[in-house]
Every structure is written in C-alpha cells, then in structure tokens.
Design a protein around this ligand. Structure first.
Ligand code: GTP
Ligand code: MG
Length: 546
C-alpha cells in the first residue's frame, strides 16, 4: 500500500514537472530514490529563513565585472548562489554558505563619511559597491544576466496566450509568467530577515517570517510581502519546570490586553524602521485596524511590506493553501488564471473595500475543486483525519490540526482538463445559490447561510467567522454576471475561427475587459478585429500592470 502511495506521489510530481517549472517543489532526498518526498511547509520555511540569514544585498555600479566581484567576496567565504537584478540600479544578492562570512565582510567595510548628512551607524547587510577607478576596472567581458522581478505586461501576456495550443496550455503559460521565481522568493525571505535584524535589537529571540501569498504557492511577481513578528522561536520556547519544589519565571511588563501589547511592539519597530532602516520609506503605522500592522516600502528589494505580530491562524491558512497548491499541478494554474481574470475585470483591487479579496477568491476555487467528481483536493476534515500527533494544533480554542506531510494524501483520480475546469468554475459560480448557501471548505459542502451577508465563506479555522464579510451585494452580482459571461464565451466560441481572424481566444478572450453589460456588444466589438485593433485594446490594459 505505502509503495503504491509513493509511486503515486512520484507520478503526480512527474506530471507537475512536465507542465511547469516549479520553484516550490523542493524535496527531502533520502538514500532510496523512491522515498524522495516533498518538503513540508515548515521545512521549507525553516530552510529559506536560514538561507536568508546567510545572504547580503549589494548595490552595484552600472557596469560591473561579475567575476571580479565574486572573487573579492569569495575571500570572505564560499558563495553558495548569487544573482543580479535591476531595481533603481543593479543589485546583487549573494548567499554565502556560512553566516560568519558576513561578519568577516562587515569587518572590512567602511562607513560612509558624514559630509552632507549624518549617518545612523546601524550596520546592516545592505552594501554599496563602488569602483575606485571606474574606467580601468569596469569593462566586463560578458554583460551580466539580470533576473526579472516583475511579470510581463498583460498585453504581452495576451499575445503570448493567443499562440498557445489549448486553454490548458494557455493557463500553464500564464502560471509560468506570473508565479514567483526562485530568485524572487529568496529576495522576499531576505526582506523578512533584514527586518528581523531590527526586531532583534529589542527582542533577541524574535523571528520575522513571511506568510500569505509569498509562501502559499499562489503569489504572483509583484505581490506584497506579508510578514509577521514571531516571539516563540521553535525549540527555544521553554516550558516551565514541572518538577521540583520551586518555579521561576521572567519578570515582564504586563499590559491590559494582547492587542495593546501588539500595538506597542509594532509602534516601536515601525519607528525604528522609519528612523534607522536603510531603504525603509513610507512607513505607515496602522495600529487601530482589526489586525494592527506597519506598512512600508522596502526600496533595496523593491517590495511593499505589511508587518504584523504573530497570527498563528493566518499561518495555518497559508500552510493549508500551500498543501492544496502542491497537491496537483492544475490547482495553481486555475488559481492564477482566475485571479488574473478577476483583477482585469475589477472584481479584486489592491486597496481594501467591498470587493472580493484574492484570499476569498482562492478559497472559492478550492471549494470548487473539492466539489469535483472525483474531488481534486480533499476537504479540511479529511486532512484533519490524516493528521498525526505532531500535527495537532489547537489555537485560541479552534482545532487547526491537519496533515503536514502530504505524501500521506492519496493523489486524486480526477483527470479533467483545465479547459473543462475553467469553464465549469464560471458555470458553477454563475449558478450558485448565494442567497441560500454558504461555502464550507471544512466539509467540502454547501451549507445553509448562518447569517445574511451576501457572500458567506466559512473561515476554515475560526468557524464562526465569514472571511468575505466585506463583500456587498453589487460586488457579488458583478462577480456572478462576469462568471456567466465568461462561461458563455468559453462555451460558444469557435476557436479556429477566432484564430483565423487573429482574435484573442480562450483564456486570452477572458482577459480583455468585456463590453459594459450587453454580450452582443462584445461580439460586435470582437468581430473582424484586426491585429491593430487588438493592439489598441491591449494598450488599454497597460494601467493594470501598475
Ligand atoms: P495577495 O493579494 O497576493 O497579497 O494575497 P494574500 O493571500 O497574501 O492576501 P493578503 O495580503 O490580503 O493577506 C495575507 C494573508 O492574511 C492571507 O493569505 C490570509 O492568510 C490572511 N487574510 C487576509 N484576509 C483575510 C480575511 O479576510 N480573513 C482571514 N481569516 N484571513 C485573512
Ligand atoms: Mg499578500
């Protein structure tokens, strides 16, 4: 039985590699090739965080000799990996194999002279590399490769999609273009690690970890970095002495509520980043929000960051989505396509409001995949049944247990194509009885709505909360109308005719804003469309990339 399960895991892994390059797909290798298993969420996080602590970022001159830079740095220790990227100038991310190489480098690095401005003497892992004799030293034999940190513009994507063979391959193309790259993931963990250096000035045991779409396998290039401060470093979290005639505990400042403590901690760390953090700009403390946070822009890495204090349930949500995203290659392809569709049609938005969030939309897609016959992903209750002792987590009275090792989950027998799944997703939600039913991922079933919010999606862990409480009736109606229209386009369209007429087809046709409300208008707009017209239509999408 277990041999069969392993073979199935290998099969699903192979399937995954055929379709898409997979930066999430790291493995634990053991002696026997067959027992290679996918790393758990916690293993990946620990490894990436440790890697980030051995990493530095260097701002380089425009013409840099890669070989000489590496040679110079290697005198401080072995370099494991490196890459260059453009972000207001060229930057190099260097990962040493030992952490103490950074200390050795920091020992010989100068502090800028305080001619114009006074510098705050905080020694970070961000450096500037300059050439003493730029003319003589620059001339690099080969230009350096710059690793892209943003996705291609929507109009280029649509053109690319038009050349694909099927809707399914269009969806994998979109996934390949939009998903986080290995380099971008490294940069995200580095941003967290640099913030941690500040947090440790106050709380030596603290860790800063990413959550949300940076780690749940559904992040696209350019999405924000959600990070949280965690004070319970694993392994170091001491349990009180149980034996013996006495007890010792720390003297600590006591505050009337956890919320107040969170606000005070975030406030000082926000000030610290604002005053002393190299490249931390536009620091905004949003301490009165339901979940207090500090927003800032981290210029050296180019990320917009949201820092909050440890929220174990949000981490569990990230892990749950990570598992779903890794189980079957169709899951991520479907999520990326639908998220892109929703953004283009204004169903989702980067600012908070009454619209559906990416998080809610992803949960709706997971629910749809649980409802297939046979199901493509298991329900949360089924994942809980597979949980072992180490997977048991009760947080704030809620049972958040589910299996972490997904080689224990039997791969699905469902073989539907993404062409079918995309069209059926729109049809399913275009006809969903939102007035009566709610979406419950724990059970994988529609359940009668417990209250009258237009869209009710049960929080998978805090079962008395609705994650889409913010969505109003007009936004839900817009979603339903667009879903119906999209299903209609996919079902009615004649792919060959559209290709002959050089019209966007399949997923590409769904990524161009539709006519206001009349489907005939859309048909007319598309009829006989030439490549010039497509070009101007696509130009109108430019603003969506900003
Ligand atoms: P992006 O839009 O790509 O940033 O997706 P995201 O999943 O990172 O969403 P966002 O940055 O808005 O939120 C980060 C994380 O916070 C999510 O992944 C969830 O774990 C959690 N979260 C966001 N919104 C909600 C909500 O309404 N309810 C709950 N329970 N958690 C939420
Ligand atoms: Mg996010």
């Amino acid at each position: 039985q277990s041999q069969k399960r392993r073979l199935n895991v290998l099969k699903s892994v192979l399937n995954l590699h055929v379709c898409v390059e997979e930066p999430w797909c790291s493995f634990v290798h053991t002696d026997a090739e067959v027992s290679t298993r996918r790393k758990t969420f916690a293993e990946v996080q620990t490894e990436r965080l440790e890697q980030a602590e051995r990493t530095i970022l260097i701002k380089c001159p425009p013409k840099i000799n890669e070989k000489k830079l590496l040679q110079y740095l290697s005198s401080h220790g072995k370099i494991n990996s490196h890459f260059f990227f453009e972000n207001r100038g060229i930057h190099a991310l260097i990962e040493f194999s030992e952490k103490n190489s950074i200390a050795s480098l920091q020992d010989v690095i100068g502090i800028p002279s305080a001619t114009e401005h006074h510098v705050v003497p905080f020694k970070s892992r961000l450096f500037i590399f300059t050439l003493k004799n730029p003319v003589g030293q620059a001339a690099a034999e080969t230009p350096i490769h710059l690793s892209p940190q943003s996705h291609i513009p929507v109009k280029d994507l649509i053109q690319k999609l038009c050349g694909a063979e099927s809707i399914s391959s269009q969806m994998y193309t979109l996934l390949n273009e939009y998903q986080l790259t290995e380099e971008n993931i490294k940069l995200r963990f580095l941003a967290c690690s640099l913030v941690r250096d500040f947090a440790r000035a106050y709380f030596p045991d603290s860790v800063v970890k990413p959550f949300g779409s940076s780690v749940n396998t559904f992040g696209k290039l350019g999405c924000d970095v959600d990070m949280f401060l965690d004070f319970h470093k694993t392994g170091k979290h001491t349990t009180k002495m149980k034996k013996g005639p006495f007890e010792m505990e720390y003297q600590m400042k006591r505050l009337p509520s956890e919320r107040l403590a969170t606000q005070k901690i975030l406030s000082v760390i926000g000030d610290c980043l604002d005053n002393f953090g190299p490249g931390c700009v536009s620091v905004q403390k949003i301490l009165n929000a339901r979940c207090p946070l500090v927003k800032f822009s981290h210029q050296p890495t180019g990320f917009q960051c949201d820092l909050s204090v440890s929220n174990s349930i949000a981490i569990k949500s990230s892990e749950l989505l990570y598992i779903y995203g890794c189980l079957d290659s169709r899951v991520r392809a479907l999520v990326f396509s639908i998220r892109c569709w929703a953004r283009i049609h204004g169903l989702t938005n980067s600012v908070p409001g009454a619209w559906i969030t990416n998080f809610s939309l992803t949960m709706m897609i997971m629910f749809f995949l649980q409802k297939r016959s046979p199901p493509i992903i298991p329900t949360l209750d089924q994942l809980r049944e597979l949980a072992d002792k180490e997977d048991q987590h009760i947080i704030g009275g809620y049972d958040c247990s589910f299996v972490s090792d997904f080689s224990k989950i039997n791969p699905t027998k469902n073989t539907e194509t993404l062409d079918v799944l995309l069209c059926d997703f729109f049809e399913y939600f275009g006809n969903f009885d939102f007035r009566k039913n709610s979406i419950n991922l724990r059970k994988g079933k529609e359940v009668n709505k417990p209250e009258s919010s237009p869209l009710y999606i049960w929080n998978p862990f805090e079962q008395d909360l609705n994650i889409s409480k913010n969505v109003n009736q007009p936004q839900l109606e817009k979603f339903v109308a667009l879903a119906r229209e999209s299903a209609w386009i996919l079902q009615k369209e004649d792919k060959t005719l559209r290709m002959v007429n050089k019209e966007p087809w399949g997923l590409a046709a769904l990524l161009i804003p539709f006519g206001k409300s009349n489907p005939n208008k859309i048909k007319n707009r598309m009829k006989g469309i030439g490549s010039e017209t497509i070009k101007s239509l696509l130009d109108s999408l430019k603003k969506l990339d900003s």
